[in-house]
Design a protein around this ligand. Structure first.
Ligand SMILES: Cc1cc2nc3c(=O)[nH]c(=O)nc-3n(C[C@H](O)[C@H](O)[C@H](O)COP(=O)(O)OP(=O)(O)OC[C@H]3O[C@@H](n4cnc5c(N)ncnc54)[C@H](O)[C@@H]3O)c2cc1C
Length: 309
């Protein structure tokens, strides 16, 4: 069995930041990065809200910089994923998908999340071409245009209010006429003249040659199909934390799969920390993932340095 002082699970912004802070605190650090290290940002071509970049930076470019920075500082990035974690106290045993085993004094879980999409035919073709799962990230590119957003929870309503600030019209499409979002936010959206509620309705099809040009919407009560012209379709139906590999471990998860961690990133097990989208109910943004990764790196380094024999 191989040994490391710290194993970071995931080479997205959270994992890289955790590794950078830990290795600079003198802790031997390995990242399990998987076959395609980089995380969700690899899916986007333009990031305009990551501080420090005057012009938009490509997702691949940003992650490549983080990986090079990690390596320069002495972090090893493994091309393998963690399949399981065993133990109730440090050191923990991590089994990789390839079968290799590591013993780690501390662990940072930074496994991220995956956006939930609608599962429509041809959906992939429109991702990044008007179809987005992140209004905070891509909404600004839709200024002066009409858009649609799908969902009935707080994220959908907050996103609708955000988009209404600079889009000409926001059609909020929801399959029911009741909402999971809180009452105050619902009322704000209902009284906003730019937000049009399209209720009891589901998106049947995205229309467009190269980019989103509209959506076909079916009223689930009447069966009627209407077409709404729009330049952007935002899907706000939730994200799935990538934490299945923890289900047989002793790390506590919330019902929705998020890792339970406190504001200092400590999970329920000593020496195991969690950062980024896999533990974030609210924000799911790269700079926030990087910030919480930094916290986890500081905490993990303190843990290792305190318990080092
Ligand atoms: C299309 C799109 C556009 C976006 N645009 C922006 C934007 O403009 N600005 C912004 O701030 N945010 C944006 N985001 C959100 C941003 O990408 C995330 O908030 C951020 O990447 C979260 O970082 P993370 O490190 O927590 O997780 P991730 O980026 O998801 O990285 C986690 C990594 O861990 C890996 N992993 C999972 N399980 C394991 C395992 N068992 N072992 C090893 N590795 C594992 C995953 O494969 C992944 O590579 C966008 C997201 C998407 C999907």
């Amino acid at each position: 069995m191989k040994k490391t002082e710290l194993m970071v699970i995931g080479a997205g912004p959270a994992g890289c930041s955790a590794a950078i802070y830990a290795v600079r605190a003198g802790v031997q650090t390995v990242i399990a990065g998987g076959a395609m290290p980089g995380g969700q940002l690899l899916q986007t071509s333009e990031i305009e809200n990551y501080a420090g970049f005057i012009d938009p930076v490509g997702g691949f470019d940003l992650m490549e910089r983080m990986h090079k920075q990690c390596k320069r500082l002495g972090v090893e990035i493994l091309p393998d994923e963690v399949a399981s974690i065993e133990g109730s106290k440090s050191p923990y045993t991590l089994t990789m998908q390839g079968g290799e085993q590591y013993q780690a004094d501390a662990v940072v879980i930074a496994a991220g999340a995956k956006a939930r999409w609608l599962g429509l035919k041809g959906e992939d073709k429109f991702k990044g071409h008007g179809l987005s799962a992140c209004a905070t990230c891509d909404g600004f590119f839709m200024r002066g245009k009409e858009v649609c957003i799908v969902g009935g929870g707080n994220t959908a309503f907050e996103d609708a209010l955000f988009l209404a600030q600079f889009c000409t019209k926001v059609n909020l499409i929801h399959r029911r006429d009741g909402f999971r979002a809180d009452q105050v936010t619902v009322q704000q959206a209902q009284s906003n003249p730019k937000i049009n509620m399209v209720l009891n309705s589901v998106v049947e099809e995205i229309v467009g040659a190269e980019r989103v040009e509209g959506v076909k919407v079916k009223n689930v009560k009447t069966g009627e199909i209407t077409q709404i012209p729009c330049s952007g379709l935002f899907v706000a139906v939730g994200a799935v934390p990538q934490t299945d590999f923890l289900k047989n471990s002793l790390v506590a998860l919330a019902d929705n799969g998020l890792v339970l961690a406190d504001e200092r990133t400590h999970t329920t097990l000593p020496g195991i920390f969690a950062a980024g989208d896999c533990a974030d109910k609210y924000y799911r943004q790269a700079i926030i993932a990087a910030g919480s990764g930094a916290k986890a790196g500081i905490e993990a380094a303190a843990f290792v340095n305190l318990h080092r024999k």
